[in-house]
Design a protein around this ligand. Sequence first.
Ligand code: SF4
Ligand code: FES
Length: 249
Amino acid sequence: MKLTLKVWRQKGHNDKGSLVEYQAKDVSPDMSFLEMLDVVNEGLIKKGEDAIAFDSDCREGICGMCSLVINGKPHGPELGTATCQLHMRTFSDGDTIVVEPFRARAFPPVKDLAVDRSSFDRIMQAGGYVSVNTGNAPEANANLISHHTAEKAMDAAACIGCGACVAACPNASAMLFVAAKVSQYALLPQGQPERAKRAMAMREAMDDEGFGNCSNEYACEAACPKDIKVENIARLNREHLRAMICSDE
Ligand code: SF4
Ligand code: FES
């Protein structure tokens, strides 16, 4: 395959940035999108030019590091697929592909396609954990949890913290991310002791970081590579209201 890439290049936070055109030749349909960028970068390095900066780590859809807006869509055109698992066979020979970073005030640019998503880390530090010492693993049937509830909690826990929901949202809201993190604990017995404190602290941290609020666009759910559902946002709102009315800590 031969492709034309229009890639966002930006030297740093204070640089204006612009789209720069590159030709990608001999692209295998079996390459992932990131492998295709690796090949383009090898060509740039050979010519003594600056390689395109972009984030990745696991390249298996697990870590949430990859973060490209491809043809206007966070993680590209395939539903439920992270950029690292998007294959070039999704595109056609001769296509022009526009590649941009996740854009949001709370994700300041670092370089080219890489943005700083440490705002998510600070939201997690505010309450996205269980701080009680649970000791050794308990007997499996000691805490009875219905299959339906366990499935809902595990579905929420599938969030990889990539930030595509923020990039897709016209308000740059992080509600789907926070909702997933609050839900995975709120649904399970282990999450009950800090339930109210967690919902309050994570929502407050989200607002402090400059993320917008939810206006029911559903763009987050469509962009999410892990199919996190907006019903979690409704749960987050209920958890927050519950925490304001009856704080349990
Ligand atoms: S909710 Fe989905 S899109 Fe948002 S951070 Fe989690 S995995 Fe990424
Ligand atoms: S590189 Fe880890 S999810 Fe894409």
